[in-house]
Ligand binder design. Structure first.
Ligand code: G6P
Length: 514
């Protein structure tokens, strides 16, 4: 891609972030929508590079593909499906057609049934166990923890791993009469989920079961009555599904009204993504900062660092959203990508990470672009001083990464303690190279509405990055081979089949573990 080459040329010998920094830059390299403020001024993108990045969006036809997505066109070409998670949060008057049929009456009807079911479940049950994995787990698990201050419904447990420890621990001490087990699986075939669901049925007789799936024949075969089944269509991808039936546990936890606020946050971000010019468009700006760091500068990872303890599961959620969506090797037409695919995404909440892995971010030899997130306000009355410290730490990290510390400054700090060659040696360990990039997302307070804005912001960011790279962000063929091989290994481990066809290493491991 020529524009990317031009950007790489500009990045060579670009001024430092500190040299670029001034008030005008902060105004130019930040944008705000509905209280959400994104600052990307602490990057090395200058005005010229920004113009080229914006050009990339036009060259790659991002606007047309965005409009095609919202219009229900089948942009998930490898599976022949539309991509309409946005329909799950569309307003009451929305009309969204797939193959000439408006899908919104169905969406609204399911949402109404969910509301009635959730309102009743909040009275009848003490515990909800959501059994699901990947997109059928991470969204509601992340959301229930994030919105703990609004959680006034039954306790929610999330079981995902096929490791029997997960279901065994979750079922421990539950009263079947007061427990709702939700089997969440789009396909209703996923080994982990079906194995855990069967164990729950055996070990907790008398519990109430509900199902969230797009395969109504399989939910019936499992024995779940139709009035406790909430279906969705194939145009909702697993990792984009927490807005609909897969969000049922979250709706039960916080109540239908607050779930509506969550949907409204997502809807507001959709409107912004559709209408705002790219230069002020938050999803586009996040994507451009991502493309700059990953494809232009060659940084293979990005750290997501929420200064919000209740966003502890957000990095895991974003790992699936970003890496399953944009971790592809070919473009839409099947040709090998000319650029790297999406980055490795990782992170932990601050301030904890500061005392663990930030060492490498500050002084390691590789540059790790950091995405900080922080709220102006917390939820804990009387603990405002905690929140001030939290904010101070968040801002201190991005400042330290940008500023760094020179050898001369380190020597001054060491003062009289050392001299000569020893002073130089000791100072070298205390040097921070600086000029390390970060972005900061500031939000007013982690309410259901704001969580909706943030999740939709990241969804669209992934879409923009994927579109620029020519990737289909909505399939996940890369997870299939491991599943097939696991299916072939299970009977070998059970002693029913021979390991002869396997390679020497796998045979030796089978022997040790069988
Ligand atoms: O909801 P399910 O059909 O059970 O799928 C659960 C998950 O497993 C699959 O292997 C995919 O990698 C994920 O995208 C999906 O979210």
């Amino acid at each position: 891609m020529e524009t990317l080459d031009e950007l790489r040329a500009r990045a060579e010998g670009a001024p430092s972030i500190l040299e670029l920094m001034d008030d005008a830059r902060v105004r130019a390299f930040s944008a705000e929508v509905d209280g959400l403020f994104f600052d990307w001024s602490k990057t090395k993108v200058d005005e010229g590079s920004r113009a080229l990045l914006l050009r990339l969006l036009d060259e790659r036809g991002v606007a047309a593909r965005r409009d095609a997505m919202f219009a229900g066109e089948k942009i998930n070409e490898t599976e022949g499906r539309a991509v309409l998670h946005t329909a799950l949060r569309a307003g009451p008057d929305a009309v969204v057609e797939v193959d000439g049929v408006d899908v919104m009456p169905g969406v609204r009807e399911t949402l109404e049934r969910m509301r009635a079911f959730a309102a009743d479940a909040r009275k009848r049950f003490d515990d909800v166990v959501n059994i699901g994995i990947g997109g059928s787990d991470l969204g509601p698990a992340m959301g229930v923890l994030a919105l703990a201050p609004y959680h006034d419904g039954p306790r929610c447990n999330f079981v995902s791993n096929v490791d029997g420890a997960d279901i065994a621990d979750a079922l421990e001490g539950l009263d079947p009469e007061r427990t709702l087990v939700i089997v969440a699986s789009k396909t209703f075939t996923t080994t982990e989920t079906m194995t855990n669901a069967a164990t729950a049925r055996d070990r907790l007789p008398g519990a109430t079961f509900a199902a969230l799936s797009s395969d109504l024949e399989r939910t019936e075969a499992f024995g779940i009555p139709a009035d406790r089944v909430f279906g969705f269509e194939d145009w909702v991808g697993g990792r984009y599904s927490m807005w609909g039936p897969i969000g049922l546990s979250l709706m039960i936890a916080i109540g239908p009204e607050r779930f509506d606020e969550f949907l409204a946050g997502g809807r507001a971000m959709d409107g912004h993504f559709r209408d705002a010019p790219w230069a002020r468009n938050l999803p586009a700006l996040l994507a451009l900062s991502g493309l700059w760091h990953n494809q232009v500068l060659g940084c293979a990872t990005r750290a997501v660092l929420p200064y919000e303890n209740r966003l502890a599961r957000l990095p895991a959620y974003l790992q699936q959203l970003e890496m399953e969506s944009n971790g592809k090797r070919v473009s839409m037409d099947g040709a090998e990508l000319s650029e790297h695919s999406g980055p490795v995404v990782w992170g932990e909440p601050g301030t904890n990470g500061q005392h663990a892995f930030y060492q490498l971010i500050h002084q390691g030899t590789r540059v790790i672009p950091c995405e900080f997130m922080v709220a102006r306000e917390g939820h804990e009355p009387g603990l405002e001083h905690h929140h001030r410290l939290l904010i101070a730490n968040c801002l201190a990290q991005s400042e330290a990464l940008m500023r760094g510390r020179t050898h001369a400054e380190a020597k001054v700090l060491l003062g009289e303690k050392f001299e000569g060659a020893e002073l130089d040696r000791q100072a070298a360990h205390r040097v921070f190279p600086g000029d390390r990039p970060s972005t900061t997302l500031v939000y007013p307070k982690l309410t259901p509405f704001v969580l909706g804005q943030i999740v939709a912001l990241y969804e669209h960011r992934v879409f923009v990055e994927g579109t620029v790279l020519g990737i289909n962000s909505f399939d996940q063929w890369g997870v299939e081979l491991g599943k097939e091989l696991a299916r072939s290994l299970e009977p070998i481990l059970a002693g029913e089949e021979s390991a002869d066809g396997k390679d020497a290493s796998t045979r030796a491991l089978v022997e040790r573990l069988a």
